[in-house]
Design a protein around this ligand. Structure first.
Ligand code: TYD
Ligand code: MG
Length: 460
């Protein structure tokens, strides 16, 4: 028998870049000191499936999509993020910080599928069967047709999967599984890549969807397997602040749907609960006409979502003033602060500014600019925001207000939640809104918007 060829290479533990010699800094991801020597054995194994005899070229026009129906979860928020369910044979990564609720979400999803009559295998490399049983009691999961497999050897796992022929497979987590013939500890880049490729091959062959979890932060800094993102079909991130019970499931890559959708959940004593009406949930503790708080109808994917933005300004007592942007983009905060100072007479040059978006949400779209500006100005002037007001508009560098897309649906959402007025850029006033219950207040500049958006008499 031929001895399998082995060679030593250096692999970046951040992005998986290979190099024949050690490098101090990865040319791929610019990370310092991330190369680790790895002996790679039998590389021929890795891609043989790509060239298997079953795969013959077929004309695109002759291919049908009927063979890829979706597994629809009884969890609407999860389906929404996946683009309408899980495509058979797809490999989906659910990433997130440790402890955020990945195992909880997938156990709940597995049990929901099993309850419908399908067979599910939940491979757990992190928790014992006993621990999972305890969790399932907490989640009030019966567990018929839900098989728990506490195993980390990928060959054994694949063997068991073929025996059980399930309808859905969950591997929790990819960092714990390993391939025996591969050097490197479980969780190293080579192991993760190899195990993921094998799961991918299995999923595609068996046409069964596989969900894997990975402890991955957004910037890929903790476990670093950004390599995973290139391999899998769908990358979802479960996010949330530790102090908030809301969890947002975001899609970062989706070969079968839009990446704009988000699902909103709340972590309760009995697991994750879907939040079907996030606007209401995020505005529960909103006080109408509060100082330093503005409500903005933003868009998350295809769904309008009302969020409360809070700001606090205070005299910088020491050193240069600080800006803290929780949930809003830091550079946009700097821009808005500069525009307020130069164009709207709100002098923030010696003020610390703290902004916060309630519920642990992150707002990326410029439509929230005016909301941020109004919250900051309200705090700085200690003036109430006009009660029952929602705010929309992008702020330009000369202090002008720019239009925002999807005005009608945003206004409708604000009206639905009982807002009486909506402050919008002048440019949008031509659009006639069919929403009668809301009064549209227009402004062409930030300064003008502050005049209409803040109660004139400062509070004592
Ligand atoms: P877990 O799913 O284990 O996180 P991950 O797999 O992402 O590491 O979630 C753990 C956290 O969730 C833990 O801090 C406790 C909390 N939790 C609840 O609040 N309610 C519950 O019903 C469950 C099962 C967990
Ligand atoms: Mg877990």
């Amino acid at each position: 028998m031929n001895k399998p060829k082995s060679k030593a290479v250096f692999i970046c533990q951040q992005c998986g870049k290979e190099s024949p010699k050690w490098l101090g800094r990865c040319p791929g991801c610019q990370e310092w000191n991330s190369f680790v020597e790895t002996v790679v054995t039998a590389p021929a194994h890795t891609a043989t499936w790509l060239y298997s005899e079953e795969n013959v070229p077929q004309e695109l026009s002759h291919l049908t999509t009927e063979t890829s129906p979706r597994l629809v979860f009884p969890l609407a928020e999860l389906n929404r993020v996946l683009g309408g369910g899980l495509v058979f044979g797809s490999l989906v990564l659910v990433g997130g910080d440790p402890g955020i609720g990945k195992s909880t979400l997938l156990l709940q999803a597995s049990s929901a599928v099993a309850e419908k009559g399908d067979r599910v295998v939940y491979v757990s490399g992190e928790e014992s069967s006993q621990q999972i049983k305890l969790r399932s009691e907490r989640l009030r999961i019966g567990g018929d047709r839900l098989y728990i497999l506490p195993e980390t050897n990928i060959e054994v796992i694949l063997g068991r999967l073929s025996e059980l022929s399930p309808n859905l497979v969950v591997v929790d987590s990819i960092q714990t599984v390993y391939l025996e013939e591969m050097t490197g500890a479980p969780g190293s880049v080579t192991q993760i890549r190899e195990c993921t490729l094998r799961l991918m091959r299995w999923a595609k062959r068996a046409e069964i969807p596989v969900l894997i979890t990975g402890h991955v932060t957004k910037d890929g800094t903790i476990a670093g397997p950004r390599v995973l993102e290139h391999i899998v079909d769908v990358v979802l991130y479960l996010e949330g602040e530790t102090f908030s019970s809301y969890r947002i499931l975001r899609s970062n890559k989706n070969r079968f749907g839009s990446t704009n959708e988000v699902g909103v959940f709340e972590m309760s004593g009995g697991g994750l609960v879907e939040v079907a009406n996030p606007s209401e949930a995020f505005l529960v503790s909103h006080r109408d006409g509060a100082v330093g708080s503005a409500v903005v109808p933003t868009f998350e994917g295809s769904r309008p979502l009302l969020v409360e933005i809070q700001a606090l300004t205070s005299l910088a007592s020491f050193g240069p003033p600080r800006r803290i942007a929780n949930g809003v983009d830091f550079n946009r905060l700097l821009l808005i602060a500069a525009v307020l100072t130069r164009r709207a007479g709100v002098n923030l040059s010696n003020q610390d500014i703290i902004t916060n978006v309630i519920g642990g949400l992150r707002i990326g779209e410029p439509a929230a600019d005016l909301g941020i500006a109004l919250a900051i100005a309200s705090s700085h002037r200690d003036a109430q925001v006009v009660p029952g007001l929602a705010v929309l508009g992008e702020v330009g560098l000369s202090g002008e207000l720019r239009s925002v897309p999807q005005l009608e649906r945003r206004i409708a959402e604000a009206a639905r939640l009982g807002f009486k007025r909506c402050l919008i850029p002048d440019a949008l006033s031509k659009l006639t809104s069919s929403v009668r219950s809301i009064e549209l207040v227009t402004a062409s500049t930030v300064a003008e918007a502050l005049r209409s958006g803040l109660v004139r008499q400062p509070r004592k």
